[in-house]
Structures are given as structure tokens and as C-alpha cells.
Design a protein around this ligand. Structure first.
Ligand SMILES: C[S@@+](CC[C@H](N)C(=O)[O-])C[C@H]1O[C@@H](n2cnc3c(N)ncnc32)[C@H](O)[C@@H]1O
Ligand code: SF4
Length: 349
């Protein structure tokens, strides 16, 4: 790619879709009691999201920058009214666009069809389990009836709307916890049965003090079973793209944390992160954000992308803050293998 930078863009704080108990944005109930104020800490209640005009103005500047791929995430990006205008601007600037969604909105033709018409490159849908009850326990929909079944019907509707067009590629992202290890295999199998193009089982990332950490976070004791499922998954030869062969090892090292050092990290080199309030960070890792000195706090508001995200010089910067957050970025940096299935990525090493 001659525009080598990818940006993960958390567009909006609000999520009218689900109330996932482990969400990076925390829960509304806890934030009603105390709104987080530390830089970079996300909240569904944040009152500081940029205006649509600010977001769209910054988007116009991406065409003239080394950014070649944008992942639009949330909150729930498809329920933000200007989303299609934003995608139109990005595609006009010849960027690849990947929409990350909870999937329920794909049941609405007025949100599904423009994704095909605008030639969106990929849609990553979140579904944690082949078991509807498990999924809807940890990813409870905000409206009755908007659970597992609606996500699956949204995926099928998008694949049908795409027809024989090459895009969008459609995939499933699932959060793997110590309670759904078997979904490392079961969700990709479901994805293949639905006709998806890719599947990514990603380890749950919870700060050690999170109230669900004991119940959900992967531990070294889970590794033998986890690695067995990953072995089964890669041996199954499903007709879809998975993260590169090095990925299960990266998941394992994040669980055991044998070293904190990542040599030549992509964060701040070929991957950046934007939050709904416009703050721009080298990567989404909460450790890295907390360690970013005040003089490096930046915003996209009124800024030009080429100034914030310059062309990378060399192979990244050594980072001593390796964590499970980093592992969840690896499939994003290796997205070539999904958009161009013969492509190799860093997880193949
Ligand atoms: C924050 S969501 C935003 C997009 C959209 N609302 C969705 O759910 O797909 C992006 C992805 O992060 C995942 N995610 C949220 N909290 C997580 C956590 N604590 N650990 C790992 N993945 C998480 C979600 O399941 C989803 O696949
Ligand atoms: S749907 Fe996405 S943004 Fe909304 S609560 Fe769930 S993971 Fe968070």
C-alpha cells in the first residue's frame, strides 16, 4: 500500500445498540455515578464528542495524507446520522473503509444498501458466540429482539445485498473470554456457514481492576485449552480468512506477558487511534495512552491528517507496554490479508 497508515477511528461515544458488559467504553450505569475524566478514557456518556462538521472537515484532509485505510468504530457507527456522508468523503479520497458494527443496523435497508453502493471495503460484525444465550448475556441488546438472531440476520442480509460484487468483505469479530474458549472454533465455523469472508477471535482486554476481570480475563491456566482450540481452528481449513499463523502465539504471550517490550511497534508508525472527542493517539492501548506526555496530546479538530499522521520513517518505535490491547490491533495492521486474500501480514512472521 503506498499510503501505509491505518487509523482506528472511534467516531461516537453513544451506543444505542447494545450494553456490552465488557465494552472498552465502560457501562452507562457506572459512569452515571462517576464520569471518567482522565485523558483517553472512553465513556458512552461523553459530552465532548466532536460535531459532525468537525469530523467531516477532518475527513476531507485524509485524501492528502499517508493514511490509506480507516476502521470506523464506535460506539455504534452505523447509528450516527452523518455516517454515509463520512464514508462518501473517505471513498472519494481513495481510502479503504472498514466499518466495525454490532450488526443489528444491517437489517435496515437504508443503512445496509449504501454500504454496497459506496463500495465500502469491509464490514466487521461483532458476535461473541455460536450460542445465542452466551452472546446475549455479555452483549445484551438495548432493545428486546435485537440480540444474536438479529445480528445473524443482519450479516446474511448484507451478504445477500452484496450479491456478486467483490465488496464489502464481511467478517465476524468475537471477544474470547475464559467462559467461551470453544467459540475460537465455533464462531468461525458459523461465519463460514453464513458465507462470511473472515473471522477474528480476539482476546478480551480488561484493565486488571475491572470488576469482570476475574470472571472473564484469560489466564495462563486457560492457555492449553485456548491453544488447542486455535490448533483446531487453523487445522479446520475453513473457507475464510483468519489472522496470520503467528496470531495464536501473540495471544498466548499477551496472556502470560513474558516481556513488556515490543520492538519496532506499529503504534504511532503505521497505526493511529482517534477517539470521539477528537483526541489522536499513537495506538488504542490504555497503557500507552496513559503514558503519553501532555505535550503529545493532540486533536483532529481543525487539524490536517498529514500533520498528525506523517509518513512512517523506519520500522516503528520500541514500546515497553505490550498488552492484550496490542494483540487486538495486529489483525487490523494485517488487514491486507482480508481485503486482498493473497496478502501476507505481520502475524505471518
Ligand atoms: C468498541 S466496538 C465498536 C463497534 C461496534 N459498536 C461493535 O460492537 O462492533 C469494537 C470492537 O471492540 C470489541 N470490544 C469491546 N470491548 C472489548 C474488550 N474489553 N476487549 C476486547 N474487545 C472488546 C467489540 O466486541 C467490537 O468487536
Ligand atoms: S455494541 Fe460495540 S460500542 Fe456498543 S456496547 Fe457493545 S462493544 Fe461497546
Amino acid at each position: 500500500m503506498n499510503r501505509p497508515i491505518s487509523v482506528l477511528w472511534g467516531l461516537r461515544s453513544h451506543c444505542a445498540s447494545h450494553g456490552c458488559l465488557y465494552c472498552y467504553f465502560g457501562t452507562i450505569a457506572e459512569h452515571r455515578e462517576q464520569l471518567p475524566t482522565a485523558p483517553g478514557v472512553l465513556s458512552h456518556l461523553s459530552p465532548h464528542d466532536l460535531t459532525a462538521a468537525e469530523v467531516l472537515a477532518f475527513a476531507e484532509t485524509l485524501a492528502d495524507s499517508p493514511v490509506g485505510r480507516v476502521f470506523l468504530a464506535g460506539g455504534e457507527p452505523l447509528l450516527w446520522k452523518p455516517i454515509m456522508k463520512l464514508i462518501e468523503i473517505l471513498k472519494a479520497g481513495r481510502l479503504e473503509v472498514v466499518v466495525c458494527t454490532s450488526g443489528v443496523a444491517l437489517n435496515r435497508p437504508e443503512l445496509r444498501e449504501p454500504l454496497v453502493e459506496l463500495d465500502v471495503d469491509a464490514v466487521s460484525v461483532s458476535l461473541d458466540s455460536a450460542d445465542p444465550a452466551y452472546n446475549d448475556t455479555w452483549r445484551p441488546p438495548r432493545r428486546d429482539g435485537d440480540g444474536w438472531q438479529k445480528v445473524v440476520s443482519g450479516i446474511s442480509a448484507l451478504i445477500e445485498a452484496r450479491g456478486s460484487a467483490p465488496r464489502p468483505k464481511v467478517g465476524i469479530y468475537s471477544v474470547i473470554t475464559r467462559r467461551n474458549l470453544a467459540d475460537v472454533v465455533a464462531v468461525p465455523e458459523l461465519a463460514a456457514a453464513l458465507g462470511c469472508d473472515y473471522a477474528v477471535p480476539q482476546p478480551i482486554a480488561l484493565d486488571p481492576g475491572h470488576k469482570l476481570a476475574d470472571e472473564l480475563a484469560l489466564t495462563p491456566g486457560d492457555l492449553p485449552e485456548l491453544q488447542r482450540y486455535f490448533g483446531e481452528l487453523y487445522a479446520a481449513d475453513l473457507p475464510l480468512v483468519l489472522p496470520g499463523a503467528g496470531y495464536p502465539g501473540q495471544v498466548a504471550s499477551a496472556v502470560t506477558r513474558p516481556t513488556g517490550l515490543v520492538p519496532g511497534c506499529f503504534g504511532g508508525n503505521t497505526l493511529f487511534f482517534i477517539e470521539p472527542d477528537g483526541t489522536a493517539w499513537d495506538c488504542p492501548s490504555s497503557l500507552k495512552i496513559a503514558a503519553t506526555p501532555a505535550e503529545r496530546h493532540r486533536s483532529i479538530a481543525g487539524a490536517a491528517a498529514r500533520d498528525l499522521f506523517p509518513a512512517p520513517a523506519g520500522y516503528g518505535v520500541d514500546c515497553a507496554l505490550f498488552s492484550v490491547d496490542c494483540v487486538n490491533m495486529w489483525p487490523l495492521t494485517g488487514f491486507d490479508r482480508i481485503l486482498t486474500p493473497t496478502g501476507l501480514d505481520v502475524t505471518d512472521a
